[in-house]
Design a protein around this ligand. Sequence first.
Ligand SMILES: Cc1cc2nc3c(=O)[nH]c(=O)nc-3n(C[C@H](O)[C@H](O)[C@H](O)COP(=O)(O)OP(=O)(O)OC[C@H]3O[C@@H](n4cnc5c(N)ncnc54)[C@H](O)[C@@H]3O)c2cc1C
Length: 397
Amino acid sequence: MTATSLPREWDVIVLGAGAAGLMCAATAGYQGKRVLVLDHAPKAAAKIRISGGGKCNFTNLNVTPDHYLCSNPHFVKSALSRYPSSAFIELVERHALAYEQRELGKLFCVERASDLIAILRQECDWAGVEVLTHTHIEAVSALPDGGFTLSTSQGEWQAAKLVVATGGLSFPKLKASGLGYELARQFGLQVTQCRPGLVPLSFAGKWQQRFADLSGLSLEMAVTAGGRTFNEAVLFTHFGLSGPGILQASNYWLPGEPIVLNTLPKQDVYAALLSLKRSGAGLSKFLGQHWPKRFMQFWLALYPLEGELANIPDEQLKQYAQQLTQWTLYPDDTAGYDKAEVTLGGVDTDEISSKTFEAKKQPGLYFIGEVLDVTGQLGGYNFQWAWASAVACGLAL
Ligand SMILES: Cc1cc2nc3c(=O)[nH]c(=O)nc-3n(C[C@H](O)[C@H](O)[C@H](O)COP(=O)(O)OP(=O)(O)OC[C@H]3O[C@@H](n4cnc5c(N)ncnc54)[C@H](O)[C@@H]3O)c2cc1C
C-alpha cells in the first residue's frame, strides 16, 4: 500500500523496521492490533541482510544473561527466559529455513540472510502489519488524552502506542541514527553513555606499522580485557587488531586500558620452555609448531631470547613465558561506529519495564532491541535480544 492509501490512526506504530521492529509488529498484529511500521531506510532490515557475513548468525544454542552487557544485569532475564532461542528456531523451522550450527552454538542461514528477512516480512503480512519505508520522522509528541502523533515525510500519523526500535549508532551507512536516544530524552528518560562495541581495535605509530606488516594473519589466542577472557581468533590488520577474539574483548575494553593476549592459550608455556631447555631443542622449533612462520619471525625479532636455552636461568624463562602468555598491548582507539557491529549503552534500563518494555515515566511508549542499554556478545546474542525483547513487548501492547 502507498502512504496516502493507509489509515492515519493505528493501535501501534513501530519506529524501525529492523529485527526487533518487525518481530514486535508481527507479534502485536497477531494479537489483533492494527500495526504500522515506519522506517527511513529504503529497505527493511538492512543489518540482517549483511549480518554474519551475509548468512546472519540469528541466534545461539547457549543463551544466558551472562552473554549480555547491561548496567542492570538482571534486566535481560525475563525476556530471554520467556522467548528462548528454541522459540526462534521453532519459528524458522516452520518456514523451512535451511540453517546450520557452527562453533560455540552459533546458528546461521545456509543460503542467505535475506531468507530470514523474507520470514519476518511474511509474518508481518500474515499478521496484517503495514511496513512503510522511506519515511523520515520529523517530530513525535504525546497527545493530552494518551497516544502519540507523528509528523513524517509521509504525513501525520496517530497511534495509541508507540514502540521505538530504531537500533543503535553502529554502521551509519545502513541508516543507523540516534533517533531512539533523542526520543528517550524528549520524554525525560536517561540514556547511558554510548560507545562502539564488537569493534576492531586500532593502534597508532610503531604498533600500527608492526601489525600492518602482519596484515591478513589470523591466530587462535586468548584475549583478556576488563576482566573477561575470550578464546577466539585474532586477526592482524593494517590499522591494528580484529577477528572474533578482539571484537569480543572490545565490549569490555575502555580507552587507556590494556588488552592482554595469550599467544599460546593451549600450552603450559613455562613447562614447555623448561622441557626445551632440558632436551636441548631450540625455541623457534617449538614456536614454529604452533605459529605460522611470519608470526614467529615477527615475535623473535621483537622479543629475542638471547643465548643458548640451556644457559638461560629458569627465572628468565618464566618471564619469557609470561611475555608469551600475557602480551600486554595498549590500543589507541576502536575503529569507531563505521566498523562496530553494535552500540554499547543506550536507553537506561532502569527507565523501562523488563516485562513489557514500556517506559515507566511515559505510558504507551516502548523501547526494544539495541536502542536499549543491552549489548550481547558475538555469536547471535544480539539478534536473540532483538527477538526476545520484541516478543515480550508485542505481547504486552
Ligand atoms: C555488520 C554487522 C553484522 C552483524 N552480525 C550480527 C550477527 O551475525 N548476529 C547478531 O546477533 N548480531 C549481529 N549484528 C548486530 C545486529 O545486527 C543488531 O544487534 C540488531 O540488528 C539490532 O536490531 P534492532 O532491530 O534493535 O536494530 P536494527 O536492526 O539496527 O534496526 C533499526 C531500524 O531502525 C531504522 N531507523 C534508524 N533510525 C531511524 C530513524 N531516524 N527514522 C526511521 N527509522 C530509523 C533503521 O533503518 C533500521 O531499519 C551485526 C551488526 C552489524 C552492523
